[in-house]
Design a protein around this ligand. Structure first.
Ligand code: ZN
Length: 385
């Protein structure tokens, strides 16, 4: 028995038709959602970025000013560039139980389910309100949701709990690793390689820092452990390096990029502090030769690991609504960690399989939308007076 509102698939069709690749403005889809909500008597608030070309949208259905359940999703999608699609990625195409289109799975399917449920939420006598919290730029480091989160508890009511509808085939996810990335730039001094002592070799300094990172990597592997993850420890990897100008010049500059995939409980600040300490130890000798020598360590991406607090209401409610007995972890990162860090207990549970996300011929099964709709029906019943 399915209770999927008839509008779910037409809404998904409409949402997919907006090319919301992260590099494009998302205002057209936001305008569509705003108008849809307004038609159903729901006011919404934009939280734009500083350029005004992107915006999140926050709306409440039910009693105002009361902390409710936030249904959180991102409006952006990953590019289709260079991918071989059998159908137009921005036209939802049904083949049997599958609905093909960019974002159908990640995560416009969830947005469509939420929007199609607005009339249900409206008709119910909700004691606990529903908030829709739709963001942008999730796919490029969960950046778009941050200004909205910054307003929670201020202009926007801070939710009692947050359900992040990233594709989990409607299983309940209470933890994921956090990707945190840094760029490190070493400035030395160039010299003719026959007069090497007059220079400061930026690549050699980089090598010493990389040696320190290797020690940190081994240390994290030894000391962090959670068997729910694969691999079951925090990994650290150097991902890129550039430096040097010619085979007879002591290199002035070297840059390398590195990241950790942090388990819940790993402190990225402590990792960064250890490399900074090594840099501080190297600088005096560098500056004896070249006072301008410098080592700059910059964090370029910061999605903290997500681990729901013990006894989290978000997790217990999601388990009940999803009719599941156990929680899972996932390998990908979500906005849940940012909400959780802001004091809004969060959980990840959404329709579709992450295996289909970001791929050519991305699809979501109609049965997943049905499962999500049933979840939202049970949520409505739970939230009623
Ligand atoms: Zn996603």
């Amino acid at each position: 028995m399915t209770s999927t509102p008839a509008e779910t698939i037409p809404l998904l069709d409409k949402l997919v038709s907006f090319d919301t690749t992260s590099r494009n403005s998302n205002l057209p889809i936001i305008e569509f959602i705003e108008a849809y909500l307004a038609e159903h008597g729901v006011e919404s608030q934009r939280v734009p970025d500083e350029t005004g070309q992107w915006s999140s949208l926050f709306a409440t259905i039910g009693p105002k000013g009361t902390p409710g359940v936030a249904l959180s999703g991102h409006t952006d999608v990953v590019p289709v560039d260079g991918q071989g699609w059998d159908t137009d990625p921005f036209t939802l195409t049904r083949k049997g139980d599958r609905l093909y289109g960019r974002g159908s799975c990640d995560m416009k399917g969830f947005l469509a389910c939420c929007l199609a449920h607005v009339p249900t939420f409206q008709a119910a006598d909700l004691a606990v309100p529903m908030h829709l919290a739709f963001s942008y730029d999730e796919e490029i480091g969960c950046t778009g949701v941050r200004p909205m989160i910054a307003e929670l508890g201020d202009r926007l009511v801070k939710p009692r709990l947050v359900i992040v509808g990233e594709p989990s085939t409607m299983t309940v996810v209470d933890a994921h690793k956090g990707p945190v990335r840094w760029g490190t730039t070493i400035t030395g001094r160039a010299a003719h390689s026959s007069l090497a002592p007059l220079g400061v070799n930026a690549i050699t300094i980089a090598g010493q820092l990389l040696g320190e990172l290797k020690l940190i990597e081994d240390d994290l592997k030894r000391t962090s452990r959670d068997e729910r993850f694969d691999p079951p420890y925090t990994t650290l990897q150097v991902t890129e390096i550039k430096g040097g100008a010619a085979s007879n010049i002591v290199p002035q500059e070297c840059w390398f990029g590195w990241e950790i995939r942090a388990l819940p409980g790993t402190d990225p600040d402590a990792v960064e502090a250890q490399l900074r300490a090594k840099a501080e130890a190297l600088l005096p000798a560098m500056r004896e030769v070249a006072p301008e020598a410098a080592i700059m360590i910059e964090r370029t991406n910061d999605v903290p690991p997500f681990g729901a607090a013990a006894g989290s209401e978000a997790v217990s409610l999601a388990l009940k609504l999803a009719e599941q007995n156990e929680t899972l972890t996932v390998a990908y990162a979500t906005e849940a960690s940012l909400f959780e860090r802001a004091g809004a207990p969060s959980v990840v549970c959404g329709p579709g399989d992450i295996a289909q996300a970001h791929t050519p011929n991305e699809w979501i099964a109609v049965s997943e939308l049905e499962k999500c709709s049933a979840f939202l029906d049970r949520l409505t019943a739970w939230a009623q007076n």
